[in-house]
Design a protein around this ligand. Structure first.
Ligand code: BGC
Length: 523
């Protein structure tokens, strides 16, 4: 029998480090805080943690602006704390994946400081992407070197004092590396080894498709920067980088893995990253992007399975992350129906966990946390808010610290009396982990039950699914000994014959109510 690597069907829990648990009372989460809460994750029943960046950083983009790839930011702890966390996570039976940010550094990274101090054309500048500007339409006017936009708003170029411009696909504090420079490649290979040697089980690769840009940096001319065969993302040369990384991962024991954050235009493109000598997994975001609709879910599930089928890898599924509006809130439509978002989120969990492959959960979804939509402007920290002059609220609303216990802010997130880095809503007392832990009807209990049952069934579940007949507002599939039915409509639908194992709302006989899901064993 072929040995199945741990990640292939894992449930991975994303820890947004700054907002998970604060041990030292500075209002920001830290590595010791994570250590102190590993019991929560073990009891929840996940297989692995993915830690968002905890490296030395000015936090211009919440840590996705790294100033030192080989150290822990003092706000988050020390390398010693990191080693202790790896050991403790493993002792709890949890694997640990860390985020690696290779597309860009912080503008405070020593290499970028060196580049700014060096003249145009120097080796220090060639670690990043510096170019002269181009003449504008008006006499004397200088424009950026091309028309690429920053993903956070405004142009992707910033001009420096001597007149050259540097590229940043994200904030101006995140200059893009030049991956055509071999020094950048070898530096990152060393960084991977540094963390592998410390015992990490894998990496989540940030902006994985963006590393190598088209050499000519040609204009987009109105095309979407993600467009297939465009100059920005998924250039053929990026695959060579991952072949090198795969060789390194394979040198280590213990099924070390890498998952790429790849936003692509099509399944063919995605499959390229999953060739046997490249990445183990890529995120498939379509479920997260789909509306609450059985037809839409069915379509994205088929497409996701089809995309990975030729590669021999298993799919990945995700409903929320630190970059998106929490799904309880996305599903809260119409808002006039109280609790509809939570009912749908419960149901969606059964869908997510019944599918073959691995599921990535985002911290707080097990508590049913909604998006915080009423943060005061002065509290907002996401560069998207500032770079769009407040037109876009940004991603702070899904990054509010977790409520652990108690009745008032900081709800056990920080030691008493400390103000967390983002304000926590007054209405969160009933949502703390402590309040939910012993409530059989809570979201936390629901997550624990569903994860425990998935774990029990997993060994018998094949990797393919068969769609069963269902009304248009519902979907129903069989995966070996498991049937999963999801009713996205308002009216009850009849379930196929079987014995219910878990249902998100009580059934009426063999009828599944609207906005609910059920797992059954076929009879
Ligand atoms: C991360 C974001 C980050 C961006 C730039 C993303 O895809 O998930 O949080 O802002 O990369 O690093």
């Amino acid at each position: 029998m072929t040995r199945i690597p741990w990640w292939r069907h894992a449930v991975v829990y994303e820890v947004y480090v700054r907002s998970f648990a604060d041990s030292d009372g500075d209002g920001e989460g830290d590595l010791q805080g994570i250590r102190s809460r590993l019991g929560h994750l073990r009891d929840l029943g996940v297989d692995a943690l993915w830690l968002t960046p905890f490296y030395t950083s000015p936090l211009a983009d919440g840590g996705y602006d790294v100033a030192d790839y080989r150290d822990v930011d003092p706000r988050f702890g020390t390398l010693h704390d990191f080693d202790a966390l790896v050991a403790d996570a493993h002792a709890h039976g949890l694997r640990l994946i860390i985020d690696i940010v290779p597309n860009h550094s912080s503008d405070r990274h020593p290499w970028f400081r060196e580049a700014l101090a060096a003249p145009p054309g120097s080796p220090a500048r060639s670690r990043y992407i510096f170019r002269p500007g181009r003449p504008g339409e008006r006499p004397g006017e200088i424009q950026p070197p091309n028309d690429w936009p920053s993903a956070f708003g405004g142009p992707a170029w910033t001009r420096v004092d001597d007149g050259e411009w540097y590229l940043h696909l994200y904030a101006r504090e995140q200059p893009d590396f030049n991956w055509r420079n071999p020094e950048v490649r070898s530096e990152f290979e060393e960084i991977l080894r540094f963390w592998l040697d410390r015992g990490v089980d894998g990496f989540r690769i940030d902006v994985a498709a963006g590393l190598v840009k088209d050499e000519s940096l040609r204009d987009l001319n109105g095309r979407d920067s993600r467009a297939l065969n465009g100059p920005v993302y998924s250039r053929p040369e990026v695959h060579d980088v991952y072949r090198g990384w795969r060789r390194i991962l394979d040198e280590y024991d213990g099924d070390r893995m890498a998952i790429g954050e790849v936003w692509t235009d099509g399944p063919e493109d995605l499959a390229l990253y999953l060739r046997p000598d490249e990445l183990h997994q890529v995120f498939q975001f379509d479920l997260q992007l789909a509306p609450w609709s059985a037809a839409a879910f069915r379509e994205v599930i088929d497409a996701a399975l089809k995309a990975v089928a030729p590669t021999g890898t298993a799919p990945t599924w995700v409903l929320s992350s630190h970059d998106s509006i929490r799904h309880v809130t996305r599903y809260e439509r119409p808002e006039s129906v109280p609790g509809i978002g939570h009912a749908r989120a419960r149901a969606a969990l059964l869908l997510l966990l019944a599918l073959p492959g691995s599921a990535y959960l985002y911290q707080g979804e097990e508590l049913g946390l909604p998006e915080v939509t009423d943060l005061p402007d002065e509290a907002r920290q996401d560069p998207i808010f500032e770079r769009t002059n407040g037109e876009l609220a940004g991603r702070d609303g899904c990054r509010v610290p977790l409520p652990w216990s108690g009745d008032t802010e900081p709800y056990g997130f920080s030691p008493g009396g400390v103000r967390p880095w983002l304000p926590m809503p007054a209405r969160w007392a009933p949502m703390t982990a402590q309040a939910q832990a012993s409530d059989p009807s809570s979201m936390l209990t629901w997550y624990r039950d569903a994860l425990a049952l998935r774990r029990r069934l997993l060994d018998d579940l094949p990797e393919d699914i068969d769609w069963l007949d269902s009304p248009g507002t519902a979907l129903c599939f069989r995966r070996g000994p498991l049937i999963c039915a999801l009713n996205c409509g308002e009216n009850p639908v009849r379930l196929p014959p079987g014995t219910p194992l878990l249902t998100s709302t009580p059934l009426y006989g063999d009828l599944l109510p609207g906005n609910s899901a059920a797992w059954l064993t076929p009879s």
